[in-house]
Design a protein around this ligand. Structure first.
Ligand code: NAD
Length: 477
């Protein structure tokens, strides 16, 4: 059993008077770690302590901060196996995926270590005797509030970008993956000056207390409802809200594509990480011409997945993060079936320990069903049959979210329409996952706002100052 400690003002083991949480392994329900809960007062003290260091850290040369970040990347790489095992034990994903998440996090830290010092400002052309320029500066104190579904990759992005741009950071990992967050914070704190990074733990109330503090940025990756509460808190405090939130990504399957191949793409998009990805395929619009063959092939793929604990190397589909979440997923599936959808695979709560949920295929779905409109965040493929590509695009665009979308089509004109018309941050054609390194998008609608990834994240954590210098009294210096 791990015993997580908080890091406040450079001191490990500080605070925790708000009680204690226990994290359980979703594969078998066994306890994995205990976590202190911060009080509102502790959160306030942590912010105060961080603020005291902000000026000094901001004045540290960028190259020095970047060198420390590069060392932090090495430290995380050295601790990768423990981080991956903790991720699997806390949220259930197959160990290979967890290792991939840690490797992605290390890659992001290395990228920001390289890119941080390369960023510059602009010189301006003012009066001949004047010096005019624009220069990026750190924003100051950043609260980074992160989710559980890919805890290392997501946290490394926010922490790396905020630290290398000269901000002090208060890190609040998810209460569902606090051991992973604590292990990561320990590795980073081993490299950075004491107090530059703080770790606060606990549940939603700790995140809310942090978001209400006089910080400069609240960067939140997580659910849309949380993002909205954080945006409201930031409106009151004047902090900048950077929000990467939920999605309900559509997959459009056009007429004329190979239904077997399309089913492979759909299965990957809907069932990877047990559907617990912000960019998971949440709803599928299949053209009537191929809908039946596509559904048959998808049902076959759902049934073929190897289900088991994430630590078993053969496992392809691990458990959901916990039973509370499983109840939500199952509730959406049963409601859709009660409203006339057809259950073609899965959809039944298994006996036995843990929070397992089978890969589920539901056809004859309709646009207005909650299963289609809302984020399900489980291994569920909801299929709506459509009569034309135009209808598919219209339905795909009709969503409270705007994260990403995928279109499977052999038609270049359909592909062009898709990327031009869909109101989402990322459009993928003929591949549910993938994309060039360094890509970053702005989510839309309920999926958040601002760049949560890529080189642009460095700009999000910086502010720009315009400077005008003139010699005194119109003379000389
Ligand atoms: P969540 O919003 O419930 O929790 C995320 C973090 O916010 C946790 O640390 C939690 O304690 C904290 N929190 C909860 N309520 C809060 C409040 N009122 N004020 C401040 N902080 C609060 O989300 P989750 O369940 O951990 O994560 C799943 C969600 O994250 C899904 O919706 C998924 O789509 C989304 N997500 C989005 C991206 C992206 O890049 N867009 C990436 C990963 C996950």
């Amino acid at each position: 059993m791990y015993r997580v400690e908080q890091l406040i003002g450079g001191v490990w083991g500080a605070g925790g008077a708000g009680g204690e949480l226990t994290v359980h392994d979703p594969a078998d329900g066994s306890p994995f770690g205990t976590v202190p809960v911060a009080t509102v007062d502790e959160v306030a003290k942590a912010v105060e302590a961080a603020r005291e260091l902000a000026t000094e850290w901001a004045a540290t040369p960028t190259a020095q901060r970047a060198e420390l970040l590069a060392q932090a990347a090495d430290a995380v790489a050295a601790g990768a196996e423990e981080l991956a095992a903790a991720t699997t034990a806390e949220m259930g994903k197959p160990l290979g995926d967890a290792r991939g998440g840690v490797a992605a996090g290390v890659g992001t830290l290395r990228q920001y270590a390289e890119l941080g010092p390369l960023r510059g400002g602009r010189t301006l052309h003012g009066g001949v005797d004047a010096i005019d320029f624009m220069t990026p500066q750190p924003r100051g104190v950043v609260a980074a509030i992160t989710p559980w579904n890919d805890p290392v990759a997501v946290s490394c992005g926010l922490l790396g970008a905020a630290l290398v741009t000269g901000n002090v950071v208060l890190f609040k990992p998810s209460e569902r993956t606090p051991v992973t967050g604590w292990l990561l914070a320990r590795l980073l704190d081993g490299v950075f000056p004491a107090g530059v990074l703080s770790l606060l733990t606990g549940g939603a109330e700790v995140g809310a207390a942090l978001a209400a503090q006089p910080v400069d940025v609240v960067a939140h990756v997580g659910a849309t409802a949380t993002g909205r509460a954080i945006a409201a808190a930031c409106a009151r405090s004047g902090a900048k809200a950077l929000l990467e939130n939920g999605g309900s990504d559509p997959l459009v399957v056009d007429a004329g594509v190979d239904p077997g191949w399309a089913a492979g793409q759909a299965a990957l998009g809907a069932f990877a990480n047990a559907g617990q990805l912000c960019t998971a395929v949440e709803r599928i619009y299949a053209h009537r011409d191929i809908a039946e063959d596509f559904a048959d092939a998808l049902v076959e793929r759902a049934g073929a997945l190897v289900v088991g604990p994430g630590r078993d190397p053969a496992t392809e589909l691990g458990p959901l993060v916990d039973r509370r979440h499983r109840d939500q997923v199952h509730g959406q599936v049963t409601a859709a079936v009660a409203q006339g959808a057809t259950l073609r695979a899965g959809g039944v709560l298994p006996d036995g320990p843990g929070a397992f949920y089978p890969a589920t295929v539901v056809t004859d779905c309709r646009q207005e069903m909650t299963l289609v409109r809302e984020e399900t965040f489980g291994p569920v493929a909801a299929v709506v049959t459509v009569d034309s590509f135009s209808e598919a695009l219209r339905c795909a665009a009709d969503s409270p979210y705007g994260l990403a979308a995928t279109v499977l089509t052999g038609s270049m004109s359909h592909a062009q329409r898709a990327w031009r018309e869909l109101p989402v941050g990322t459009v993928k054609v003929n591949a549910v996952f993938g994309g060039a390194p360094g890509g970053a998008a702005q989510p839309r609608r309920g999926s958040g706002h601002g760049f949560g990834y890529g080189p642009e994240l460095l700009d999000e954590f910086s502010t720009v100052k315009a400077v005008h210098l003139e010699p005194p009294a119109g003379g000389h210096w």
